[in-house]
Design a protein around this ligand. Structure first.
Ligand SMILES: Nc1ncnc2c1ncn2[C@@H]1O[C@H](COP(=O)(O)OP(=O)(O)OP(=O)(O)O)[C@@H](O)[C@H]1O
Length: 515
């Protein structure tokens, strides 16, 4: 069959002859040219039919350009209609064999980011879902906690996935809703989400999208209709043995917790609020006393390459897969004492606009580790160096006042809870060994005074900070965090590796440094 790129008139014929081609297939051409073909949009029968001959069908597909995926279309034209039909049938049967979502539950947060989530969905995402023949049930949230309540109770029968149009906070609600659904048999099983989640970035930070490689709404929508998923670890956050929530990206105590708390009062500023609150808090930054106990396991010191779409660390068969059944308490406990400016734990790299390489470039989507980052009390100038290096991706963990550990579990014991009245009361903490800090992140000299960063003067009991848990404030400072390997699947391929000379993300802009 001869293929021709049709003129506009030919395409017009296609519409008017009402050929309801639902043809599609995926064609994989190595890593560079990966194509998605989704069904042709339903023809518009309201246009009067002209007296023309010849028919065509359109094949819509996705093509990777740098770090993004773009929607493309190719028209196949042929005068003899009898020759077209076998092509269409063949494509249709190939598509039917694909594991793709047919029905999705979509949750939109109209208040996140710059309040553009409904617009992003209608203009960029819905047309792709329609093109792919995906049915949707759309819920727009009306209040905080709405997504959590819906996903905890609603029937998921017949749904192939949940799509969140929002920021990290909305995603966290969806995740927690799915992971805390009552189990059908009433048993207490390790967390494992029943459906994959897709995230359309519409929030202020969108750190999870940045780490899963879906930082652009069209890319995210295309990967959802293609049915491409990646396993992702989840962390549970507990206090006094009670589950507080599950976390997907980062939890951080100290400076970034304070910034989040300040920024909540500036929500009307939109995404700018983090910069304004951060600048204000920087001059009032202070260190918090306490200690961190953590459990490591064999393999903690193995060097990890950064996580990309073809990541062999994540694709490796996990020791503890799908809701870990073994090795839950393996490893040794260690303990380090503050004061700390920042105590952070990253589950994924947390790439976003502010930190393009991520707050923790060494973190992987499903490596089974939480990445503990401790920034000890230091001068403001040094702290600024740490933040600059994090933003610029210039080895922030190599600074002498920064320590980095790969852990399976950790607990923060703020000084204010007192040694003898810990909320967690875990016996193993008492057995934890003190860590030699120099082994973790370079030479560390304990500061003599706390005043360098504006901490409370000696003699006055210091106050605690709050946790910034995936962009939500958790006020309980004494927490226990544990990793649950591969507890959820997210739609996405991971961050795409860039070829030499391509733009930073497919936007065409050149960058000096290409990975
Ligand atoms: N209709 C609503 N009205 C008010 N708040 C809502 C509504 N729907 C959801 N929320 C809450 O809005 C909060 C912020 O949402 P989200 O985190 O997605 O946006 P963001 O803060 O702009 O983005 P990011 O977390 O990526 O920086 C969430 O905690 C969620 O509970």
């Amino acid at each position: 069959m001869a293929l021709a790129t049709p003129s506009d008139k030919d395409i017009f014929k296609l519409i008017l002859y009402d050929i309801k081609f639902q043809s599609a297939r995926t064609m994989w051409h190595g890593n560079q040219k990966e194509h998605l073909i989704v069904p042709v949009a339903p023809p518009d029968c309201s246009i009067p039919a002209p007296n023309t001959c010849g028919k065509a069908f359109a094949v819509h597909y996705a093509e990777r350009v740098g770090r993004r995926w773009k929607l493309r279309v190719q028209h196949f034209h042929q005068k003899n209609v009898a020759l077209l039909q076998p092509w269409v049938d063949q494509l249709q049967s190939l598509l039917n064999g694909e594991q793709r979502p047919r029905r999705l539950l979509v949750i939109i947060n109209p208040t996140c980011g710059s309040r553009k989530a409904p617009n992003i969905y209608t203009k960029k995402v819905q047309p792709i879902f329609t093109l792919a023949g995906v049915q949707t049930e759309v819920i727009q949230t009306t209040h905080a906690g709405h997504a959590l309540a819906v996903l905890r109770r609603c029937s998921l029968h017949g749904q192939d996935g949940v799509v969140v149009v929002g920021g990290d906070g909305t995603l966290m609600e969806a995740l927690n809703g799915l992971l805390t659904r009552p189990s059908p048999d009433g048993s207490d099983r390790p967390p494992c989400a029943p459906l994959p989640i897709g995230v359309i970035p519409a929030g202020s930070t969108d750190a999870v999208c940045g780490s899963v490689g879906t930082a652009d709404p069209v890319t995210a929508a295309l990967l959802i209709v293609m049915g491409v998923t990646r396993w992702v670890d989840v962390c549970s956050l507990r206090t006094a043995g009670q589950l507080l929530r599950y976390s997907l990206s980062m939890i951080t105590y100290g400076f970034f917790g304070d910034v989040l708390q300040d920024s909540e009062k500036l929500r009307w500023l939109g995404p700018m609020r983090y910069n304004v609150a951060g600048a204000g808090r920087f001059w009032r930054s202070r260190a918090y006393r306490g200690s961190v106990a953590f459990r490591t396991a064999p393999g903690a010191m193995e060097p990890h390459k950064p996580c990309f779409a073809d990541c062999d660390v994540c694709l490796r068969e996990p020791v503890e897969a799908e809701g870990e059944t073994q090795g839950q308490n393996d490893g040794e406990w260690h303990r380090v004492s503050g004061p700390f400016l920042v105590v952070s734990s990253a589950n994924v790299s947390c790439r976003c606009k502010i930190t393009p390489e991520g707050m923790c470039p060494r973190a992987h989507l499903s490596d089974g580790w939480a990445h503990l980052i401790l920034v000890r009390q230091t001068s403001r100038a040094n702290f600024l160096r740490y933040m600059y290096r994090s933003a610029a991706g210039k080895a922030p963990f190599d600074l002498p006042f920064v320590e980095y550990y790969r852990v399976k579990e950790f607990e923060l014991l703020p000084e204010s809870t007192g040694d003898d009245q810990r909320l967690l009361g875990e016996a193993h903490i008492n057995l934890a060994m003190s860590v030699d800090s120099t082994a973790a992140g370079g030479e560390w000299r304990a500061p003599e005074r706390i005043t360098a960063t504006g901490a409370a003067p000696a003699g006055r009991r210091p106050l605690d900070s709050v946790w910034n848990c995936d962009g939500e404030v958790v006020t309980d400072p004494a927490v226990n965090l544990r990793v649950h390997p591969r507890a959820i699947r997210l739609f996405g391929r991971g961050v795409e590796r860039l070829e030499e000379g391509s733009g930073c993300c497919g936007c065409g802009r050149r960058t000096k440094k290409q990975i």
